[in-house]
Ligand binder design. Structure first.
Ligand SMILES: *Cc1c(COP(=O)(O)O)cnc(C)c1O
Length: 341
């Protein structure tokens, strides 16, 4: 298969239309068979539920070319399950898990020319999403929905290696207790845009959100979960029901225990403890792990011993092991790698 004429090493993290995307419509209580289409435009009512009351959710995962030339994706079953949870919370119809995985398979296979080659640092980002497409003016769930999935090649998240970032403790809240923080909904992002733009204006890369009820416990950033490494080498990640359950974070915790023989614990993490941590990182599909070098708490700085030049040593091991599994350099746990070709 001839690859698309793309300068793989120099593409950014942006959208580029590819040849095919998957579309299925929900009408009269059922999903249709769905199609792969070249049409990259969505045509819906001016009064569609998504446009009036933000009834929409999404997922994000990646496909990779492995060292031995296969095209694979990473744990799509968990994205399917998480999207089902998001849909239920938003009164949207669920898209069946097996059909979701099949759609991932078909969309990636149909866009093989856009799967970046092994070693380029680039990957194919897959974006499944669903929205209420029929008119809604009185507040209620839409009657009709569209499920779509497109792919776009994305460049290496960090050009020239992962440099530690500086984040600030935010005065804004991301998620209410018993709210929607645990689902992957656009609404959680719309309301975070002011906070992130404000952080950028103040010279910070990201916001650290604390729990909204007590402002004493670490939650997450706008789009990535935290992992910390304690000074005695234990991997710790915050536990809260208003955090989005990151698949990267869950995978890293497994890797810490089963591949690296480390203690790994999901528990409440008080902000007061953070100053005593040895390493800090943000995890998500896009970057796998972004190391955090410094946290600014209203002018008071917490500088991690790992510094501002490199990832901490444990973070680096976690990163290398998980990306090794994804790229086929290390043996994956049963069921983690879905082979497309
Ligand atoms: C998607 C997302 C993450 C990362 O999840 P992954 O499954 O690892 O990509 C973390 N936090 C939020 C708020 C997210 O939306």
């Amino acid at each position: 298969m001839e690859k698309a004429n793309i300068d793989w090493a120099n593409i950014g993290f942006g959208y580029m239309p590819t040849s095919k995307r998957f579309v299925s419509n929900f009408k009269n209580g059922a999903w249709d068979a769905g199609v792969l289409t070249e049409d990259d435009k969505v045509v819906i009512s001016e009064c569609a539920g998504v446009l009036q009351y933000a009834q929409t959710c999404f997922e994000g995962l990646k496909a990779y070319t492995t060292e031995d030339g296969h095209i694979v994706c990473f744990r799509p079953d968990l994205n399917a399950e998480r999207m089902i949870d998001s849909c239920k919370r938003l009164e949207m119809p669920v898209f069946p898990k097996e059909r979701f995985i099949q759609a991932v398979h078909d969309v990636v296979a149909a866009n093989e020319a856009y799967v970046p080659p092994y070693g380029s640092g680039a990957t194919l980002y897959i974006r499944p999403y669903m929205f209420g497409s029929s008119p809604v003016i009185g507040v209620k769930p839409a009657q009709e929905y569209q499920f779509r999935m497109f792919v776009t090649p994305v460049g290496p998240y960090f050009k020239g290696g992962a440099k530690p970032i500086t984040i600030r403790v935010s005065d804004f809240d991301r998620a209410a207790p018993n709210g929607t923080g645990h689902i992957k909904a656009g609404l959680n992002y719309a309301m975070s845009l002011y906070a992130i733009s404000d952080a950028h204006r103040q010279g910070f890369d990201e916001n650290m959100y604390l729990d909204a009820a007590t402002r004493t416990k670490v939650e997450e950033t706008g789009g990535a979960n935290f992992i910390f490494v304690t000074k005695d080498g234990k991997v710790v990640t915050p536990k809260s029901n208003s955090i989005l359950p990151s698949i990267t974070r869950r995978s890293l915790m497994y890797v810490a225990k089963e591949y690296l023989g480390l203690d790994a614990e999901e528990r409440e993490v008080y902000f007061d403890e953070v100053k005593d941590m040895a390493e800090c990182g943000l995890c998500g599909t896009a970057a796998v792990i972004s190391p955090v070098g410094k946290i600014n708490d209203h002018g008071k700085e917490i500088c991690f011993p790992s510094g501002m030049d490199d990832m901490g040593p444990v973070t680096k091991k976690l990163y290398d092991t998980l990306t090794g599994i994804q790229m086929g350099r290390l043996k994956a746990p049963e069921g983690w790698i879905h082979v497309i070709k």
